[in-house]
Design a protein around this ligand. Structure first.
Ligand SMILES: [Zn+2]
Length: 330
């Protein structure tokens, strides 16, 4: 079976989710409209450059290159992409909207601040403000849209460094919990191989009355501690295995297999952490195609049913991004 036939053979999810909507850059959609979704990519970014909002891009070149690239990913089978580029390292919702309109691919943008990279992309006001005040900025974007664009974020994106959470990161996790309670936006946190930070984040969410189901462990594939992955997934968290590339298919396949054995396929997200345009122009494009060209065929070959692939690529991201307050009611 060639790639295209493989994809045409039915990755379109067939399911229903009763209520809630997903916020894309072109507006709210029903969960069953999302289709096959890549939950963690970067259509473009300023990463590595000085913090900037709005970012400075060569817009014509960006649109030309990213439109072409997203069309190629659409051809492989993607119907939706969550863009994880945060404010200050390149978020540009109006460009995302133009790309979504030009390709027909649903794109979800985010609110929140990226605390990894030594806090380089965290704005100064975070030091002085309370968690509640920071949350109110993100909630304002949820209600009124980002800047003057009217485009609303579809999730909260944060990031933490290695080692214990810094006080400023703890404050932002609390802010995310407060914003989640008010909006139902899911919280995706760049965490990687840091089980201690995972436990602390889940504890902070619990203190703020937010369930682990509202939280995505971004870059969980980098964690070498299987026990920590199982602990988080048993608690109810989402695990994002988002480093898929042709050279590490087996690593990601083994992780998905572990979750299948554990009966937790419904909490797995699959993506590449790709990047189709870097403003600094020095580093090469990081593709986000291997899910289609390498990974799904490998899963199928190792015994995964088509239904399970639909679930992993369609239903799971749809549930992950559907607005719903997941709270303990304290
Ligand atoms: Zn990323």
């Amino acid at each position: 079976m060639n790639r295209r036939t493989f994809l045409q053979a039915g990755l379109v999810p067939a399911f229903s989710i009763p209520n809630g909507r997903i916020l894309t850059v072109r507006g709210a959609i029903r969960p069953d409209e999302l289709g096959v979704c890549l939950p963690h990519e970067h259509l473009f970014s300023n990463f590595g450059l000085d913090p900037a909002d709005p970012p400075v891009y060569d817009t014509q070149r960006l649109l030309r290159e990213v439109l072409r690239y997203v069309n190629s990913v659409k051809y492989l089978g993607a119907n939706a992409i969550a863009d994880c580029t945060t404010q200050y390292f390149g978020r540009a919702p109006e460009l995302l909207k133009r790309i979504s309109e030009g390709t027909g691919v649903h794109i979800i943008t985010n609110t929140g601040y990226y605390g990894a990279a030594e806090g380089r992309y965290v704005p100064a006001h975070v030091n002085d403000e309370s968690a509640g005040r920071i949350a109110s900025r993100w909630v304002a974007e949820f209600h009124a849209g980002i800047g003057a664009s009217g485009i609303r974020p579809g999730f909260i994106k944060l990031g933490v460094d290695g080692g214990p959470l810094k006080p400023v990161d703890e404050k932002m996790i609390r802010a995310a919990a407060i914003a989640h309670r008010q909006t139902g936006l899911t919280i995706a946190v760049h965490t990687g191989d840091n089980p201690e930070a995972v436990r602390r984040q889940l504890a902070l969410l619990a203190e703020e009355g937010v369930e682990p189901e509202a939280w995505i462990w971004v870059h969980a594939n980098n964690c070498r501690d299987e026990g920590a992955l199982l602990e988080a997934v048993r608690a109810g968290a989402w695990l994002s295995f988002d480093g898929i590339a042709p050279e590490n298919v087996e690593r990601h396949r083994a992780l998905v297999q572990m979750m299948k054995t554990e009966g937790r396929l419904g909490q797995v997200l699959l993506s590449h952490d790709g990047n189709s345009f870097r403003a600094n122009g020095t580093r090469p494009l990081k593709p986000y195609t291997a899910l289609f060209t390498h990974f799904l065929p490998a899963l199928e070959k190792s015994g995964f049913a088509r239904r399970e692939l639909q679930r992993l690529t369609g239903e799971n991201p749809a549930r992950a991004f559907t607005l719903r307050a997941r709270v303990t009611g304290i």
